[in-house]
Design a binder for this molecule. Structure first.
Ligand SMILES: [Fe+2]
Ligand SMILES: [Fe+2]
Length: 278
């Protein structure tokens, strides 16, 4: 029995460019990292904002095991019954009681069981319940079943994500930030064993403003008038992290951030090991 769970996590999948890039790169990434479980944030998979049942199903059929989401989970109202019915998709656990779907669950990861928790930050975000108190309550339940816990912390403010990482250091195997769509260069393992990155990045078109068409976003900033945003097309990247979590202790052994760049001569992988504790 392997003593680690190998986890591949992909940042927010944005629109068709992101979906196609993930479908194209996933077999390559699976060969490269041999993950036991693949998790991806799908909150922007439908047209750049939101996710539909059809698109979630396609992503799950293309080799993703668990979809997390975030504040955009609620964009498509037709997806709400799907959030209730499909156990492989999560939405932030700290929305008020009564929100459709579930915020955490335990999934098979090879021979092990990994708890995946989706939480939203509160700084410049929806006014959700406190994510710090929420994780305490969730861990009370989860740690009876498995020591391996991964959190998708969906947050705008880098400070809130970092504070959350420190708060759960040693209690969660990984805290992976999502939502900004910009991969941060701070992947590391915190002193008590939590793998951490402020943001895993995005799967989507590179020539864009966080995945959306440049001209539309610039027009919005210049005019301050309503502008319809559409997902950008063109050269994509698949960004994320690879994490190994010890099955006995639940602590992380390594974290690598990466981006895969599909091109005419194949897929180029750029990966960097995160810092280990001193
Ligand atoms: Fe997003
Ligand atoms: Fe978001």
């Amino acid at each position: 029995m392997s003593d680690v769970a190998r986890v591949l996590f992909l940042g927010d999948i944005v629109g068709r460019a992101g979906r196609h890039a993930v479908q194209h790169c996933l077999p390559f990434l699976k060969k490269e990292f041999a993950p036991d479980i693949v998790i991806a944030n799908g909150e922007n998979a439908a047209g750049g904002i939101g996710i539909t049942a059809d698109i979630a199903t396609q992503l799950l059929e293309s080799g993703i095991d668990v979809l997390t989401t975030g504040n955009h989970a609620w964009k498509e109202k037709a997806v709400y019954p799907y959030l209730d019915a499909e156990p492989r998709i999560l939405r932030p656990a700290n929305y008020p009681p009564g929100a459709p779907g579930r915020g955490w669950a335990i999934y098979p990861a090879g021979e092990h069981r990994l708890a995946v928790v989706n939480l939203s930050g509160r700084v410049f975000m929806d006014l959700v319940d406190c994510p710090f108190r929420a994780i305490d309550a969730i861990l009370d339940e989860v740690l009876c079943t498995t020591p391996m816990v991964l959190v998708d912390f969906h947050a705008e403010a880098t400070s809130e994500a970092q504070a959350f990482g420190w708060y759960v250091d040693g209690r969660c195997g990984a805290v992976i930030g999502t939502h900004t769509h910009v991969q941060t260069a701070d992947a590391r393992i915190l002193p008590q064993g939590t793998a951490y990155i402020t943001d895993a990045g995005m799967c989507g078109a590179l020539d864009s403003v966080i995945g959306m068409q440049v001209e539309q976003v610039v027009r919005k900033f210049r005019s301050q008038l309503p502008v319809k945003f559409e997902a950008a097309r063109g050269r994509p990247a698949v960004q994320g992290v690879y994490v190994e979590i010890d099955a006995g202790s639940g602590r992380a052994k390594q974290i690598q951030r990466f981006q895969a760049l599909p091109g005419s001569s194949g897929i180029v992988l750029r990966a960097e090991q995160g810092l280990l504790p001193e």
